[in-house]
Write a protein of this length. Structure first.
Length: 390
């Protein structure tokens, strides 16, 4: 028998990453020695705060931390999570039944879908969305139904329209990657009402909880009255604590949903390397100044980019949160679509961005800048994009 990848049915469902063609151009340019200013991937460039690394080192040297750990997460970490919710959002959680540690949000969301869905069941996902929101459904052999998540004023209406098709679950994520849209607690209350009306499980991805600016504080979905009855919320230490490579996050909320994920994960993993979990306890329990400093770095970069683009004639509204700027393609280039426009930015301006279409068809009039370059490089990029407007 010869092995033929065409027989692996899941692979045919997972499309090629749209981002890969832009990435290839970027690598080719770099191979030629060109300096590409890279706003492509949302990969935090700052180091993890020192006190968290020190805790990792101290724990890693101790042999007792080298054994298999606990799949659902150390009890002390689950306690730190519930204290974090109480302190930040005045939400009370039972550490044993209403929260679970995940190997980052991506792992948590993917295994959650496997835990909840029977093959062929449908999940309502945003378009555009962070790719794992839709791919996790495909990986679980589910079907995707999309709602347009571009326009603020129509959002609830779009969601309700999708809910009428009776999906099993609904994914929402605010502050949003890629659109940077934010919501208030009223929005979540309406989502809870819709969830009850249409008997749908709500999954809220809260990765940018702390990356907020200008006195905006993002609400937790679990603050909405009745949210615990209808859904769960996923949080990641990747962005708030610059711990993207460590792979640690958590999911909290409805105990039936958490219990389903816990059960499936208990077959699949033995928990994150224990020193990482111990360092995560330090991250959540100790000073949060580092979180504020990180948000401040993104705020200054956001200002620099939006200001720089405005000076060259590309007007973009200041986002209130996230590490991204979601920019409508200038009128004269709109016809190209986001993929060709992104390629043009690399070729002509030596600037790499993510084409909006990579996040879903409704994103095609936009490109996304990830704020992972320093202010000086951002200014340099804005200057170099000036030629688009002459
Ligand atoms: C909305 C959203 N959710 C989840 C993640 C990934 O989180 P993690 O590193 O915990 O898997 C990202 C990363 O960019 C994101 O933008």
């Amino acid at each position: 028998m010869s092995i033929n990848s065409e027989n692996f049915s899941l692979l045919s469902k997972l499309p090629q990453y749209v981002f890969s063609s832009v990435n290839e151009l970027k690598y080719e340019a770099r191979k030629k020695g060109e300096d590409i200013i890279d706003f492509g991937m949302g990969n935090p460039d700052q180091p993890t705060p020192r006190h968290i690394i020190e805790k990792l080192l101290e724990s890693a040297i101790q042999g007792r931390n080298h054994r298999y750990s606990v799949s659902a997460g150390l009890p002390k970490l689950r306690l730190a999570i519930t204290n974090w919710y109480k302190r930040n959002y005045d939400v009370e959680l039972d550490p044993d039944n209403e929260t679970i540690v995940t190997i980052g949000s991506k792992e948590g969301l993917s295994h959650l879908m496997i835990s909840l869905l029977a093959p062929g069941e449908t999940v309502l996902v945003p378009d555009p969305c962070y790719p794992i929101h839709s791919y996790s459904v495909l990986i679980a052999r589910g079907n995707i139904k999309e709602y347009n998540s571009i326009k603020d004023e129509n959002l609830l209406m779009n969601i309700e329209k999708g809910l009428k098709t009776k999906p099993k679950a609904l994914i929402i994520s605010f502050p949003s990657n890629p659109t940077t849209q934010t919501v208030d607690i009223d929005f979540f209350t309406k989502i809870v009402d819709l969830a009850k009306k249409y008997s749908v499980i709500v999954i809220h991805d809260f990765a940018y909880a702390d990356i907020c600016f200008d006195n905006y504080k993002a609400p937790s979905f679990l603050q909405a009255s009745g949210a615990m009855n209808v859904g769960v919320e996923s949080f990641s230490l990747s962005k708030s604590y610059n711990m993207a490579g460590w792979r640690v996050g958590f999911m909290s909320g409805n105990r039936e949903v958490i219990s389903a994920l816990k059960r499936v994960k208990s077959y699949l993993d033995y928990g994150i390397f224990q020193p990482i979990q111990i360092a995560a306890i330090t991250a959540l329990n100790e000073t949060q100044d580092c979180v504020k400093q990180t948000a401040n770095i993104y705020k200054e970069r956001r200002n620099r980019l939006v200001d720089g683009l405005s000076k060259i004639g590309w007007e973009i509204e200041l986002p209130k949160a996230t590490m991204f700027v979601w920019a409508k393609i200038p009128e004269q280039y709109l016809g190209m679509g986001s993929l060709e426009f992104s390629k043009k930015l690399i070729k002509d301006c030596k600037v790499a961005v993510s084409p909006g279409v990579g996040f879903g068809p409704s994103g095609d009039e936009f490109v996304r800048f990830a704020l992972i370059e320093n202010e000086q490089r951002i200014q340099q990029a804005a200057r170099s994009m000036k030629k688009l407007f002459v």
